[in-house]
Design a protein around this ligand. Sequence first.
Ligand SMILES: [Zn+2]
Length: 319
Amino acid sequence: MQNLAIFGAGNFGMRTKKLVEEKYFNEYKLVYFVDNDPAKQNSLIENVPVISKETLLHLYGKEIDSVSPALMKSYEVNKFLIQHKITPIRITSTGIYPLNECDAERFCPICQKTSFYFDLFGVTPRENALCPHCGSLERHRLLYHFLKEKTDFFAGNCRKMLHIAPEACFESLFEKQFEKNYITADLYKPNVKVKMDIMDIQYEDDTFDIIYCSHVLEHVADDRKAMKEFFRILKKDGWAILNVPIIRDKTYEDPSITAPEEREKIFGQYDHVRAYGPDYIDRLREVGFSVEVTCAKDFLSESDIERMRAFGEIYFCTV
Ligand SMILES: [Zn+2]
């Protein structure tokens, strides 16, 4: 017997309750209505307690095994369901259907899992940004598709890859691809293979076939020096993806701005030292890179972009 929560104590909720009582009383027991209307909350409707969404989130998962699908429209609830392994179901007069992939509105290509909503993320929180399973963001999901469709990334493991400030959602995937040739590096993070200051890299010229460094250069005091270093250690037939957030019309930096609050206001985050504009590409070209910029709409359909929430620009650099 499964404990069921139904979203909405209105007409739809009542119809669903009736169905459960008439047809599915052996399988499901209705334990809660969840309703947004404060007038209905904390009361009994036909002997069933009505709770708020907030109360639902405070219940322990073991109290509820299944919920009706309308509840999935909230990312907090979505996360709660995943954490507690609660199944969303659709109840109709012809049967009870566990919701499957094609019902889910979001798909993360990195962890290959679906969800009904991605989570909020960002200094100014963006809706539908973070995959609740693997933590990927819009730019990571775009990058994954770019690697798959526009590069030879998944073509073999005998090449050497450098990943700066590795994102958790990629690490195991990349490790699997390149094994011992996959080098993770960071100046501060403890769980990387190599401690590295990208303005002064300890590797010889022409060492790496692939370099991936995303959303790091905006934190680095001398980004041109870091770009030069990447150019130097990249093999002549290799490629690098060097992405930064583009948040202004023209790149702006001022090393005298050091207060975290001021940096957040002017550069977008407390630890950013500049705000890039589209002229970022000129800096890459100045050190010798050939650069191609790709956006989601250049190679993904509108429905894929929306389903995966894959956005951003990819700066693909070759020597
Ligand atoms: Zn994911």
